[in-house]
Design a protein around this ligand. Sequence first.
Ligand code: CMC
Length: 429
Amino acid sequence: MSATSTITVDGKQIDLPVKSGTIGPDVVDIGKLYAQTGAFTFDPGFTSTASCESKITYIDGDEGVLLYRGYPIEQLAEQGDFLETCYLMLFGALPTEAQKADFDYRVTRHTMVHDQMNRFFTGFRRDAHPMAVMVASVGALSAFYHDSTDITDENQRMIASIRMIAKMPTLAAMAYKYSIGQPFVYPKNDLDYTSNFLRMCYAVPCEEYEVNPVFAKALDKIFILHADHEQNASTSTVRLAGSSGANPFACIAAGVACLWGPAHGGANEAALKMLMEIGTPESVGKYVAKAKDKNDPFRLMGFGHRVYKNYDPRARLMQKVTHEVLKELGHQNDPLLEVAVQLEQIALKDEYFIEKKLYPNIDFYSGITLKAMGFPTDMFTVLFAVARTVGWIAQWAEMIEDPMQKIGRPRQLYVGPAKRDYVPLDARS
Ligand code: CMC
């Protein structure tokens, strides 16, 4: 592509600059289009629109590549841990041993939430969806930590970031405990991040609780796989909320709200329900036929992706994690896993799925794993939120520090009534 792109609007021809990133498609900079032609661009769902420059995450959907700060997801998940990924996201480089120890220490020292939050929690109905509780409690953090909300102060931004990463598992575990009528379990700071979370979810005051290291390792990998995914819906929500200069905790609450939707963070729950509905490997053929039928709205949940038109690299890693967890539990012959494997094999060979480039995505296997680890389905999206918090906060900080940053304000194609005069009530027919 040349360095400019020419567009003709109403007979007027203008040259638009073309920008190149490190890797990935070039972008046509349309920032001056309106000023020069009086026209907007139209792109519902932002399928062709880059909303920002970013140095954090890169996805090549055709090749099935996912990089955090340039590092392949496979290497980070196999060799690193989640807090190292958090450091990488926030600072742009892998930590040295001393930096990692310091970062882990800082995150660990922020795991407790203000004790007043306990009372806040008890105002919810016990049967509230834990994501509803998360939206509210994350937003409520903005009422507690006034010393880290000056977004123009780099130091306060970092404290807010560390607080978010540290407190999210505590809030998530509290949401879970509250929903099952058990007392909250305080964090235990001699445990690593993920073990601490598992303990806060599963320990009870009347018994000792030993964290299963296989589960802790598996969940740590799951957190790494979900840590960021460039400008997805919830991340774009956080950036847009933050672009007005809003309180950082409130911005993350906006991200949690967006993630809740079934087309985003809720898909793993839908995939698990589908596998349970299919029930046996013998029924797989029937459901594949349903998914291919144009007159049937049924879709294979956990298949297809807006960006990946190849095997989702996270799905491959997730499949391994599933096997590790089921092996630990002695469930190698788990019926749900058998259905999943059979479904995957049939779909990958089917012309319909090949032609449309529909491959398993991360949600295909994650539900089976989380269920096996004891999490109820309505906690799945909460776990996703815990992991994605670092992505949200890193993208939020990058936006604040971006000299090109301005309040996000999309335009529209107005298709409502043209100007008309008010009709008094008694004159309306
Ligand atoms: N099963 C059957 N057919 C499908 C599926 C599916 N899972 N996904 C897409 N198609 C078909 C669709 O019917 C359409 O066919 P046609 O061109 O004949 O009309 C074609 O493939 C393109 O589909 P689309 O909906 O236009 O594609 P999209 O990029 O807008 O949607 C998607 C991506 C993820 C919403 C979609 O593939 C889907 O609904 N998948 C199931 C839900 C799911 O697993 N979501 C999790 C996504 S990963 C989560 C994350 O990364 O945050």
